[in-house]
Design a protein around this ligand. Structure first.
Ligand SMILES: [Mg+2]
Length: 187
């Protein structure tokens, strides 16, 4: 599974070093650019798996670019900084930055940061899917309960009979209980 990485720094030498390090650890597909605005365009056009952005850049800074990218694309983004400062860290946390890398960049820092960033997104994506599934299950149950209640009242059925009626409808019509509930609720 070849991963694509977008790198963005206004200093060509830093890009060159970073690219060389990435190639050495097996990332051959590297997109590069020198300003935040272009980084946003490139990210949205080519959906990289990860982005490494310099914080201080003339046109659009890395943090602004990162938050623009993450509005549309939930990829991990790492920031390159010259020095750690509280204000930048706060903004970074707000836009979901995966890691900070301090310049000069060292390969031994880069590798674990990339691995963690990629592992973390897989985990987060997995959790999001689970949450969506759970929401759907809860919503389905709610609707089924509501429809059952309606049948009990309308046809003066016991709870068990109302449920059995719905199960039979589902089987006869080859529909899910939720679909049957929707039909009942629509009247
Ligand atoms: Mg810079």
């Amino acid at each position: 599974m070849a991963k694509t990485i977008l790198i963005c720094d206004d200093e060509p030498v830093i890009r060159m070093n970073l690219k060389a390090m990435l190639k050495e650890i097996g990332f051959d597909d590297v997109l590069e650019c020198g300003d935040g605005k272009r980084a946003v365009e490139m990210a949205l056009a080519s959906f990289p798996d990860l982005a490494v952005l310099d914080v201080t850049m003339p046109e659009m800074d890395g943090l602004t670019a990162a938050s623009e990218i993450r509005k549309k694309l939930k990829i991990p983004i790492m920031l390159l900084t010259n020095a750690h400062d509280a204000q930048t860290a706060k903004r970074a946390a707000e836009c979901g930055i995966a890691a900070f890398l301090t310049k000069p960049l060292r390969q031994q820092d880069l590798i674990p940061a990339i691995e963690l960033a990629l592992a973390h997104t897989d985990e987060v994506e997995g959790l999001k899917e689970k949450i969506e599934d759970l929401k759907e299950t809860i919503e389905n149950r709610k609707m089924i309960e509501k429809a059952k209640g309606l049948l009990m009242e309308r046809d003066r059925l016991s709870e068990a009979d109302a449920y059995r009626t719905m199960q039979k409808m589902a089987m006869d019509k080859r529909k899910s209980l939720r679909q049957v509930a929707d039909v009942i609720l629509k009247g």
